[in-house]
Design a protein around this ligand. Structure first.
Ligand code: BTN
Length: 273
């Protein structure tokens, strides 16, 4: 069930002939996003890739902790230099990562993966992966963008229930539940599958088909949801039926009064917590 230990040779063999940048593999690091940012500061080329077996300070959106114990997960980050000042850069690149994971899980493992807006990947209502896109600006100009992706592969990647905001799962459990009892998952192959999808979707990033794919893979469409946002004046909750995305990637909700509300950021819930 468990795969072999990841190392630089295994990864570079699995990724050979993919048009990405150089690879750095670390047995242990704080966060692959931080490691990639340091690399970008010292001249990393476009699509440079950092993969770690273990993260000791992995983080998610809103500085939440992201749990990556050794041998359990796929944790990686790409250094990207978006070509020009693109609008709504972070939501769109977050969606690029989420769509890549989602379509890789659908196509390579036949799993019903969906995107829980804005940055989670769910299978059967449980979180399997998360995306953290971070931009570094120099004045008005974008210096670089780091796209980090974490996928729970084996059960020990799932944090203890007390640390969860949303139910979580891992790829091995999803495949077992789908009837694949004796499957061996190789994290380097999973990485390749996700990167292939990412490279393909990246070429369509500014086309209507990207927005369409993003929208059609959203979880909870046509369902009642609650979006929680935290700002200076406290916590705001917006309720409505999830009807889709606008061109910026903002969520469109149909309010109980029949108005269309767009929400640019927040946490999506399906129940009151
Ligand atoms: C989230 O669920 O809010 C996003 C989680 C993103 C985790 C990945 S793991 C690789 C990269 N390094 C990090 O510290 N975070 C991202």
């Amino acid at each position: 069930m468990s795969d072999h230990h990841l190392n630089h040779i295994i990864l570079s063999e699995a990724l050979q002939d993919l048009p990405i940048g150089p690879l750095r593999f670390l047995e242990q690091t704080g966060s692959t996003n931080d490691e990639s940012a340091r690399w970008a500061e010292s001249g990393a080329p476009d699509l440079a890739l950092v993969v770690a077996d273990e993260q000791t300070a992995g983080r998610g959106r809103l500085s939440r902790r992201w749990f990556t114990p050794p041998g359990a997960a796929l944790a990686f980050s790409l250094v990207l230099y978006p070509p020009e000042q693109e609008d709504w850069l972070l939501p769109r690149y977050t969606a690029l990562g989420a769509l890549a994971v989602c379509t890789a899980l659908q196509q390579s493992y036949n799993l019903p993966a969906q995107i829980k807006w804005p940055n989670d990947i769910l299978v059967a209502g449980q979180k399997l992966a998360g995306v953290l896109a971070e931009a570094c600006w120099q004045g008005e100009a974008l210096a670089y963008l780091i796209l980090g992706i974490g996928i729970n592969v084996f059960p020990h990647a799932i944090p203890p229930a007390s640390a969860l905001r949303f139910p979580a799962t891992c790829l091995l459990d999803c495949l077992s539940q789908a009837g694949y009892q004796h499957i061996t998952i190789h994290r380097e192959i999973l990485l390749r599958q996700v990167l292939e999808q990412l490279l393909t979707w990246k070429t369509h990033l500014n086309e209507p088909r990207f927005l369409h794919a993003w929208e059609s893979n959203l979880a909870f469409r046509d369902q009642e949801v609650i979006i929680t946002t935290v700002n200076g004046s406290g916590i705001t909750e917006i309720e409505g039926r999830l009807i889709g995305l606008d061109e910026r990637g903002a969520l469109k909700l149909l309010s109980p009064r029949g108005q269309i509300i767009t929400v640019l950021s927040g946490d999506l819930h399906t129940w009151r917590s």
